[in-house]
Design a protein around this ligand. Structure first.
Ligand code: HEC
Length: 118
């Protein structure tokens, strides 16, 4: 293989890896999010995404939140409603930290609005 061919293959492989990473992340517009839901997505990205997947059923440190509000029950068995999900977020749970002192009421509202789109 000539060095030139090798470089071309390397660039092609890199491009493939990069595009597959980008494809995984849909834009807010592609997801059809409102401005309020987009704000909630940012709250999610900043506070929840390191432990929870939004669009895949794969668990990270915590269970996947895909279809969170569309299911009847949370992983713990509690009903999947505003009240229980809000208290989980504000108070934390097992290894999940509490966000009661981190999130404002407006951030929490936007976050819940976003979680309902999952
Ligand atoms: C440091 C990791 C971590 C972060 C950050 C985190 N969680 Fe969790 N979360 C967990 C773990 C671990 C569990 C499972 C707790 C258990 O054992 O019941 C969990 C459980 C949950 C549950 C399910 C509760 C139930 O009753 O089954 C919800 C809903 C949830 N998290 C939402 C969120 C949201 C929304 C955020 C961001 C504001 C967030 N989590 C941030 C780790 C995390």
């Amino acid at each position: 293989m000539t060095p030139r061919t090798f470089r071309l293959i390397l660039i092609a492989a890199l491009a493939l890896v990069l595009t597959s990473c980008w494809q995984q992340r849909k834009t807010d517009a592609e997801l059809g999010l409102t401005a309020h839901q987009s704000a909630g997505r940012r709250v999610f990205d900043d506070n929840c995404a390191r432990c929870h997947e939004a669009y895949s059923t794969r668990g990270l440190q915590g269970p996947s939140l895909h279809r969170l509000f569309k299911k009847q029950y949370l992983p713990s068995g509690a009903p999947a409603n505003d009240e229980r999900i809000t208290s989980t977020i504000l108070g934390g749970r097992a290894k999940m930290p509490a966000f009661g002192n981190t999130l404002s009421r407006a951030q929490l509202d936007a976050l819940l609005d976003y979680l309902k789109t999952l």
